[in-house]
Design a protein. Structure first.
Length: 195
């Protein structure tokens, strides 16, 4: 399945995702270079929300540009397999070697605005990230390594700390959608063990 079909087949969970899915599909049609950073308006990105096997911690990075703790992820840079992008970015940004998708399916989609900034001594204009996120899982005993050109920290964060006391309201919203899906997955998995 190609990335456009994958996005089209995603079942939005709320009005925000309904609208963002519609706009993302329109932008894919409008811009043939949407998978690259050549497009000045929007870039396809893929993120990984990485959980441990007990589903109570999230592996996050302290992002150099955003100056905050965040999920892993990055630009598609021409790659149409967005799950592969999420896995590659997760490994590069955290140093973990073994990581798996919890599901092959998209877990959330969002349009995220990116303010203008400097990167590698070059000006990057304000643009949109068409963010496709996946749920990933890995053993929390693996060694972690900072990717200095991307982040200044890598850490397992207790899931209950993803709240307005520690994260912005927008990030809490973004991550809570994924936490809800993880909790649903955990409940369904536990119930199937008792059948």
């Amino acid at each position: 399945m190609n990335f456009k079909e994958e996005i089209k087949n995603y079942q939005p969970i709320n009005e925000q995702e309904v609208q963002d899915q519609k706009v993302i599909l329109q932008l894919i049609e409008q811009f043939p270079d949407i998978l690259t950073r050549d497009n000045a308006v929007a870039h396809m990105t893929s993120s990984g929300f990485i959980v441990n096997p007990t589903f109570d911690k999230v592996l996050m990075i302290h992002h150099n540009i955003m100056k905050k703790w965040a999920w892993t992820g990055g630009h598609a840079d021409g790659e149409s397999d967005l799950l592969a992008v999420a896995l590659k970015e997760a490994k590069e940004e955290t140093g973990v070697k073994e990581i798996q998708p919890l599901s092959q399916q998209i877990a959330s989609l969002d349009i995220l605005s990116v303010s203008s900034h400097m990167k590698n001594n070059k000006y990057v204009n304000t643009h949109l990230h068409l963010s496709i996120a996946y749920l990933l899982i890995c053993d929390e005993n693996q060694s972690l390594k900072v990717c200095e050109n991307e982040n200044s920290g890598v850490a397992w964060i207790d899931m209950h700390k993803i709240n307005p006391e520690h994260f912005s309201q927008h990030d809490v919203y973004l991550y809570q959608k994924l936490i809800n899906k993880i909790q649903k997955y955990k409940k369904e998995t536990e119930e199937s063990l008792w059948k």
